[in-house]
Design a binder for this molecule. Sequence first.
Ligand SMILES: *Cc1c(COP(=O)(O)O)cnc(C)c1O
Length: 366
Amino acid sequence: MQKIRSRKEVFNFSAGPAVLPTSVLEKVQAEILSYGGSGMSVMELSHRSSWFIEIIESAEVLLRELMAIPDNYKVLFLQGGASLQFAMVPLNIAPNKKIGFIDTGVWSAKAIEEAQKLGGYDVRVLATGKESNFSKLPQIGEIPTDLDYLHITTNNTIEGTCFFDVPKTDVTLVADMSSNILANAYDVRDFGVIYAGAQKNLGPAGVCVVIIREDLLELNTNPLPTMLDFKIQAKNKSLYNTPPTFAIYVMKLVFEWSKQVGGVAAIEKNNRTKAGILYDYLDASTLFSSPVDKSCRSLTNIPFITGDKTIDSDFIKQATAAGFENLTGHRLVGGMRASLYNAFPIEGVYALVDFMKKFAEARGEK
Ligand SMILES: *Cc1c(COP(=O)(O)O)cnc(C)c1O
């Protein structure tokens, strides 16, 4: 039977849904029965009430501030996760049905598949990291200028690679930023569309953030199902139907926390420190190593291996027993993975490295 633990006894390395700031959860707890003196839980408030309108509007204001989102971009809070955006983006902003992709692993492959499923789209994979087993980002050659857009996955959650610099092109750039939004600083002006499921760096599962340049809203002239139509969603300020109110409320609190800890620049700096501690150990260890090329190592998702499946599973078992939760690598790649999202505390990285050192030393390794 699993031991009963308190939050203090656990470090949660989950890739998503992932760790949230404890202070945010405490605030949720304090307000859960009566939001803002309303006598009602935030979950019980109408999405058209002034209480909720204030929540969703401040969430937008805070995100605009955190990412320096220019005024000519809309911010949408939608449902269906990042996975729905794989289809929604091509439906809305590809009038010529020509899309380019950089294939950097499992999530970009899913985005490619979804675009293909729509039928009638010229889906071009301009570069793939397949040859290196996605352990590094591929070289990107000439980008055709007749594309409606070029899609990249800024951070590859499963493979542990990251675009620190985005491809330079005049073609509209679309980014799946699910696992490093607010974790790495990007210039929103480099993108036409940014989307991200909330459950990694932004809040609970159930809401997906979409940031879209206004002129792109005019590209589609075909009728689309209402919920899949960016223009309708934008016109209705993400309130066409009932939005995931609780998830948006918690996300707003995470935005407040993100601002309070210094904003994206400070968060990225902290993420570099946290990731650096683990990478430094992985590079020095004789037992553990990182399979990812040094040029593009993610700050938020860090896969590592021993090279021996039995030792890997032994390590995961012992680590879990010691309170290091969710270190199992993705089922497609095996090994281990430590996700160090924004809310993951640095103490947890020190503790993990300490634990890994002891595990290695017990085997005559370092
Ligand atoms: C988690 C993840 C997704 C899927 O997000 P959902 O919200 O579950 O659809 C897509 N892309 C990337 C890069 C992810 O990390």
